[in-house]
Design a binder for this molecule. Structure first.
Ligand code: NAP
Length: 363
């Protein structure tokens, strides 16, 4: 690529927005050219708009520090400045998020969103690049239905599902019918943004409730694993998921303890490990810059994966899995881990944009 593509970040000052800016600092195809946040930050230089400072490793990239932060709602300001945007802003009103993201798409700026607002909107793909890359093919239908020419919206699922859906998908792809999943997540505090959960609530504690997280964990996988039929998403049938979601005193990395049962034949433990270790998707085939070499890393140590030791596997883009063993109620159980602000948010969003570019959806 001769010149890097200018991109924008909505919610650039937040936890995920900062992770986007850090990761894009060395991206071979994209450069940050537009930053937007709340009206309180608008008009300030990016470095001055960071109310709680720079929250991710390293320093604010010099070329971004001096950009003037725009108000997310002033959509016209983005025209001519960026080719597409990553959306990572938060508002209590989901309809307001939808409206803002729609406005960017309507002026010809594609949106890769981390927000939950559009996850169930018709013709909006909810993408994990290795799992359902074909869902991007619905973009022309989305544009036609809304009269958008260049703009479109692609969303990421909730960060809690990122660790266990690739391993489950790998088994389905290998021909095994997954019947039931019981999942208990142990989710880091950075998953709540900054300042997130008050320290007095989470230090020396586990909070057994994350608003709407269990519903998302039980429902979103069915869309991701489903098909596109006649321009509509059709949920994956026959899989029931039960989720407990907990906030734990860990800085980054969402861990999930998963019990799984199959309908019909079940693979052996050795076969499952082989399926996971050899799993590869379209991002790997296309050699995309943010594609982890091995999307699922199976660890044989009896006490891994652990957030502290494994969340940064392959720059935070690989899912780490371990502890596969027989279960007394289900067929098997295992533990899965992914970095919530990298693979589960900014890194995953960047990978989705790389895939959309390679598939010809971005000019
Ligand atoms: P965060 O740290 O609280 O950041 C929120 C961002 O939204 C800030 O940039 C803030 O700007 C902006 N904002 C707040 N009110 C606004 C308004 N009225 N108009 C425009 N912008 C506004 O949250 P986060 O953790 O980065 O999460 C951002 C999004 O990513 C959320 O939708 C979240 O669900 C999703 N997500 C988060 C994670 C994670 O692990 N944290 C993972 C996956 C998805 P100011 O600085 O100007 O207030």
């Amino acid at each position: 690529m001769k010149e890097k593509i200018p991109v924008g970040i909505l919610g650039a000052t937040g936890m995920v927005g900062q992770q986007y800016i850090r990761l894009l600092g060395s991206h071979p195809w994209f450069r940050v050219a537009y930053v937007a946040a709340s009206p309180q930050s608008a008009g300030k230089k990016y470095a001055q708009a960071l109310k709680s400072g720079w929250l991710v490793p390293g320093e604010v990239p010099a070329d971004v520090a001096d950009l003037t932060v725009q108000n997310v709602d002033d959509v016209q300001n983005s025209v001519g400045k960026c080719t597409f945007v990553f959306s990572a802003f938060e508002m209590p009103d989901k309809e307001a998020i939808k409206k803002a993201e729609d406005s960017y798409a309507a002026v010809g700026i594609p949106v890769f969103s981390n927000a939950s607002a559009h996850r169930w909107t018709d013709q909006v793909p909810m993408l994990i690049a290795e799992v359902n890359p074909h869902h991007l093919d619905i973009i022309p239908e989305q544009q036609k239905a809304r009269g958008w020419k260049k703009g479109f919206i692609v969303v990421k699922p909730n960060c809690s599902v990122q660790s266990y859906i690739p391993p489950i998908f790998a088994l389905i792809q290998a021909g095994y019918e997954v019947d039931k999943l019981a999942i208990t997540t142990l989710q880091s505090v950075s998953g709540a943004g900054y300042p997130g959960v008050p320290s007095l609530d989470v230090v020396d504690n586990v909070v057994p409730f994350i608003s709407e997280e269990e519903e998302k964990s039980e429902r979103e996988p069915l869309k991701i694993l489903g098909d596109v039929i006649d321009g509509k998403f059709s949920d994956y049938k026959g899989l029931t998921i039960s989720a407990h979601c907990n906030r734990v005193p860990v800085s980054d990395g969402h861990l999930a303890c998963v019990s799984i049962s199959f309908k019909g034949g079940k693979p052996s433990i050795e076969e499952i490990k082989k399926i996971w270790r050899s799993f590869s998707g379209e991002p790997q085939k296309l050699d995309l810059p943010f594609a982890p070499k091995q999307p699922i890393i199976y660890r044989d140590e009896p006490n891994r994966p652990q957030p502290k030791k494994d969340r940064d596997a392959d720059k935070g883009m690989a899912v780490s899995v371990g502890r596969l063993r027989e279960d007394n109620i289900f067929d098997y159980k295992f533990v899965a881990l992914s970095h919530n602000t990298i693979r589960g948010a900014a890194g995953g969003g960047i990978l989705n944009a790389e895939l959309a570019l390679k598939k010809g959806y971005l000019e």
